[in-house]
Design a protein around this ligand. Structure first.
Ligand code: ZN
Length: 335
């Protein structure tokens, strides 16, 4: 009955479907959980099932095919996607109020009658980027959506959301995929058994490194931190850490990844210092890089220093227009 290609989150998916069929699904839902674990696909599945000719999200009929095109259109007969745009990566008020996305704007769209036996689904991706006027405009719709409309807000940073938005939604917490589940998806995307260890270690139950470019960049970032820790100069080693200004992705989002990878490295180094056998600390997360990590662990560096700097940088990410000085400072603190 489920789309088997959608792996994981089985319990959540069953519950959502049962509640939807019983007419007991909240009209404003917040899907929260790590980036890249399939929250958006679970949301899309709800809408896709209704448009499916067999009402099963079969993946083969014309209704389903609309959901499988890449890139996914902003508007489908029963679904509207709102996503952050531009370098700043924010959801602009125009996207909600004006006809930027759909004729008449989002609120008018939501109030129109849905296709037969369908709901209207409004998907808000990276909902933590909803601020200011755009957020205010949505508040009333969130509180009292037009009949037959469901708002699905998706975020990996619920902490960064406006409390007024958060409190109007029922929160559905998503756990990471099991490593085995994530790897099954990776294999279907052409990853080889020989790459399993490194891919699984970096991905940690997410699908964020499914594309080879994304994976290669993450590997290069781990290596860059380890090289900086081993004494390489910032100019020689830091290239992969510095956000690409020509990228569509907001600088702050680009910077988040190397910072989070460094936190994982530092945790592993702390584990290594404590003796990897310490069961309270769990297994090292970046096993394939253990040689470099052990070297960092055996250095005299106080690991709390860089780790504090990383947390500080993460807190100020959005307001920080110049990432190089921050990266340089963190790099220096590793030695
Ligand atoms: Zn179908």
């Amino acid at each position: 009955m489920f789309d088997e290609r959608l792996i994981g989150h089985k319990v959540i998916r069953e519950k959502l479907l049962t509640r939807l069929q019983a007419g007991k699904l909240s009209h404003s839902l917040l899907f929260a959980g790590l980036d890249g674990i399939g929250k958006r696909r679970v949301a899309l599945e709800l809408a896709m099932r209704e448009l499916c000719f067999k009402r099963s999200a079969c993946g083969a009929c014309e209704g389903c095919k609309a959901f499988l095109s890449d890139p996914l259109p902003v508007e489908l007969p029963n679904l509207l996607r709102i996503a952050p745009e531009g370098k700043a990566g924010i959801i602009k008020v125009g996207a909600i109020r004006d006809s930027d996305l759909v004729e008449g704007g989002v609120i008018t769209w939501a109030a129109m009658a849905p296709p037969l036996k369908c709901h209207r689904w409004i998907l808000i991706e990276d909902a933590h980027r909803l601020h200011g006027a755009a957020a205010n405009m949505l508040l009333k719709t969130l509180e009292e959506p037009p009949p037959g409309t469901h708002l699905l807000l998706i975020t990996h940073r619920p902490d960064a959301m406006l409390p007024t938005i958060r409190s109007r939604c029922e929160r559905i917490a998503f756990a990471p995929l099991a490593l085995e589940e994530a790897w099954t998806v990776a294999v279907a995307h052409g990853w080889e058994e020989s790459e399993r260890e490194a891919w699984t270690a970096l991905s940690a139950g997410s699908l964020r490194y499914l594309e080879r470019d994304a994976f290669d960049l993450a590997c290069a970032q781990v290596d860059a931190w380890l090289r900086l820790a081993a004494g390489a100069s910032f100019r020689d080693a830091a290239g992969p850490l510095i956000p690409d200004r020509t990228s569509e992705l907001a600088l702050s989002e680009q910077l988040r990844q190397p910072l989070e990878l460094l936190l994982a490295l530092l945790k592993d180094a702390a584990r290594s210092r404590a003796g990897n056998s310490n069961s309270l600390l769990g297994a090292p997360s970046l096993g394939p890089w253990s040689a470099g990590i052990d070297q960092l662990a055996s250095s005299p560096v106080n690991l709390k220093g860089p780790s504090d700097l990383v947390y500080q940088a993460l807190r100020h990410l959005v307001r920080n227009p110049a990432p190089e000085p921050v990266l340089r400072e963190i790099g220096m603190s590793l030695r």
